[in-house]
Write a protein that binds this ligand. Structure first.
Ligand SMILES: Cc1cc2nc3c(=O)[nH]c(=O)nc-3n(C[C@H](O)[C@H](O)[C@H](O)COP(=O)(O)O)c2cc1C
Length: 170
């Protein structure tokens, strides 16, 4: 990881987080170098909680990535240059249950110090330690049209990760 990326403090991240997550999208990756899975996500957040820099990812329970996130103590969020958009489309439309995403050409795994996995091709990686999770609960919606997002009642589970290290491409 250290050969490809340089460590930066979260305060040094220049990107606009709304664009970064909502428009550029990210790969949420969980697992270890010999067994990991990743999915594209465009819903999430980053900020500060409990005096820590944190990122939050929202994952529906039917995702293959969900099982990894449940078991693993760390996950990464990887952000890519525009050239990788097609790979993000693939990871966002195919499931690790049907395609071993570890074999996708153009997404080369790199191990982060926590033992979690990011990608050589990323331009920014947030290495996260899972510190909290919860499920979206429909009884707490204050605006009722949000319910329409869940016709199958597959409410997201969200994982709050402490950003233990941010990495930027050299
Ligand atoms: C642009 C985009 C954004 C997505 N955002 C999310 C998200 O935030 N949460 C989620 O659960 N699924 C999201 N998905 C869907 C998953 O990426 C998709 O279902 C993927 O195939 C899951 O892979 P997996 O089964 O290997 O985990 C998104 C898909 C795309 C294309």
């Amino acid at each position: 990881m250290e050969q490809l990326f340089k460590k930066i403090r979260t305060e040094e991240i220049q990107d606009n987080v709304f664009k970064l997550i909502g428009k550029d999208w990210m790969l949420v990756t969980s697992g270890t170098p010999d067994n990991y899975n990743m999915m594209t996500a465009s819903w999430g957040a980053a900020g500060v909680l409990w005096r820590k820099p944190i990122a939050i990812t929202f994952v529906r329970p039917q995702r293959h990535t969900f099982g990894f996130l449940e078991k693993q103590p760390f996950f990464t969020l990887s952000f890519f240059p525009e050239e990788q958009r097609e790979l993000l489309n693939i990871c966002g439309t195919t499931s690790g249950r049907d395609l071993n995403k570890m074999n996708i050409d153009g997404l080369n795994a790199v191990e982060a110090p926590s033992g979690s996995v990011a990608f050589e091709e990323a331009r920014l990686v947030l290495e996260c330690r899972k510190i909290y999770f919860d499920d979206i609960r429909p009884e707490f919606f204050q605006v009722f049209d949000i319910e329409k997002i869940y016709p199958a009642k597959d409410y997201h589970r969200f994982y709050i990760g402490e950003i233990i290290q941010a990495w930027e491409k050299e």
